[in-house]
Design a binder for this molecule. Structure first.
Ligand code: TYD
Ligand code: MG
Length: 489
């Protein structure tokens, strides 16, 4: 007879420990281990009982394309890869108050024109949902609303799904409020979240409706409780943004039915979330062309080029270890760029506090932003603005080389569209082709392009004429740039 054992499960990362301790070995979080009954261990080996034979099939074969539930909200449809798929599960994570419930109510309402959506809330009462729908002007939409938290009740109510009258889409807001009554743990614990999700996903597969789960995120931005949830679902979307800004970004981080790293951009308005068809214009709105410490990065988010402003501020530090604060970019990457700048130029950055901000609440993961970050930093230290109407992109290597990046044409085209007339890009871009060998009408025709192959070449662009430099306060340490650079521009 197998013995029931007790295990301790971390509520942050889902790691399992045999003993209680104050700190999780897996993720280092404090006070997150909660006692759970481990499932009875399986009997050893398979025994003598014979299994059923599995049939193997080839890669070639007829597979019908899964029909998509298209909402008509383009920013949402693109991120899901062209609409949700029946029987699949989508997880939407995001900070509290970012607009998850608002978005999903809008999605459900949009779908109600052609399909039957239901919206089950474990957090708000039906009256509250109605009030929100009223504010969003969606009261005419045919969405079934319910306030419930018991998965058993929900399963019983969706009993005839798939058949006539059953829902095509079920929104569960949020998975942390759901519970299965056969488990002893409280709602929101890893065990409950995992089991509730498992049951709902199984139901969705069996009855053929699309399931959307809302998941709360922890302080450090992961879907609360279990990473395991991310493995169980087909698609994971994060709804990000700064609550003090009106921009919201929906980002796919996993998608079994479409591309990842695609983003959808929304704007929170008084009447709910509005789609933003041209995010670059929004991110650059209110930009001042003539200040030092700012550069414009021409990036690629998913399939779309997006222009964003990168701002940096450097100031002499009063601390032994200077502050490095970053919003929207990777801290490690900033440290690397600072180290390369320090060793490849005469910039003295070691004693400076460095603040870096990606304007508009976008998070950038592309290494192509390196050069734009470097430009903002050099500009901040030297007090010389980046040349006006200029976009910058390129990856920086440890030896100070500027590496080519993908989709140069798309980036330049977007920049040209938004009225930029200059670009600072990696030197190899031309040699590598990028399909622009015999293009008739490339953005180059209208843009002045500076190709640089080393970081030193970038410094030259910020060197001030001697007359101008004389009056500056002591210290802008780009003095040697002119002689160190290899002269390009
Ligand atoms: P909500 O969707 O409740 O967030 P979540 O479900 O992610 O916790 O969004 C709440 C915020 O959105 C709230 O601070 C008010 C704001 N909001 C608007 O600005 N306009 C609107 O039309 C709505 C419905 C909400
Ligand atoms: Mg909510």
């Amino acid at each position: 007879m197998a013995r029931k054992t007790v295990t301790y499960v971390c509520q942050e990362c889902g790691a399992v420990a045999p003993k209680w301790s104050g700190r999780c070995e897996g993720c280092g979080a404090w006070n997150t281990l909660v006692e759970e009954q481990a499932p009875e261990s399986a009997p050893k080996g398979l025994g003598s009982k014979k299994g059923r034979k599995i049939e193997f099939q080839g890669l070639k074969g007829e597979t019908p394309h899964a029909p998509r539930q298209v909402t008509g909200i383009k920013e949402f449809d693109r991120v899901t890869g062209g609409g949700m798929v029946a029987g699949s599960t989508l997880l939407v994570g995001g900070d509290p108050g970012i607009g998850k419930s608002t978005l999903l109510l809008q999605v459900a309402s949009a779908l109600s024109k052609t399909l039957t959506p239901v919206y089950i809330s474990g957090e708000e009462a039906v009256d509250q949902l109605r009030l929100r729908a009223d504010r969003l002007g969606l009261t005419d939409a045919d969405v079934g609303l319910a306030a419930a938290t018991s998965v058993r009740d929900i399963a019983a109510s969706l009993g005839n799904a798939g058949g006539p009258g059953g829902p095509d889409l079920v929104v569960i807001d949020s998975i942390q409020t759901m519970f299965v009554d056969s488990l002893e743990s409280a709602p929101g614990t890893v065990a409950q979240v995992r089991t509730s999700a498992q049951e709902l996903i199984r139901l969705a597969k069996r009855q053929g409706f699309a399931l959307i789960l809302v998941g709360h995120v922890t302080k450090d931005g992961q879907i609360a409780g279990p990473r395991v949830l991310e493995h169980m679902v087909d698609t994971v979307l994060y709804f990000e943004g700064d609550r003090s800004h009106q921009f919201r970004i929906l980002r796919a981080v996993k998608n079994r039915y479409g591309p990842t790293d695609e983003i959808g951009v929304f704007e929170m308005t008084g009447a709910g979330l509005a789609e933003v068809a041209n995010p670059s214009a929004l991110f650059l709105a209110g930009r001042d062309d003539d200040v030092s410490g700012a550069s414009v990065f021409a990036g690629i988010e998913g399939t779309r080029p997006v222009l964003v402003e990168i701002q940096s501020l450097t100031a002499p530090s009063a601390l032994g270890t200077p502050r490095r604060a970053v919003v929207g970019w990777d801290t490690g990457r900033l440290a690397m760029i600072l180290a390369v700048l320090e060793s490849r130029s005469s910039l003295a950055l070691a004693g400076l506090d460095v603040y870096l901000n990606i304007v508009g609440g976008l998070k950038i993961g592309e290494p192509a932003a390196d050069l734009a970050v470097a430009a903002a930093l050099i500009s901040s230290v030297s007090g010389v603005p980046v040349p006006p109407e200029t976009v910058v992109f390129g990856e920086i290597g440890l030896s100070g080389e500027v590496r080519a990046v993908s989709r140069v044409d798309a980036r330049l085209k977007e920049a040209a569209k938004l009225g930029f007339s200059r670009a600072i890009i990696p030197g190899q871009s031309r040699a590598q082709g990028n399909n622009r060998g015999n293009n008739k009408k490339t953005p180059e025709r209208t843009m002045e392009i500076t190709e640089i192959s080393r970081l030193e070449d970038l410094l030259v662009l910020f060197a001030k004429p001697d007359s101008q430099r004389a009056g500056q306060r002591a210290g802008p340490p780009v003095a040697a740039a002119n002689t160190r650079g290899r002269g390009h521009g």
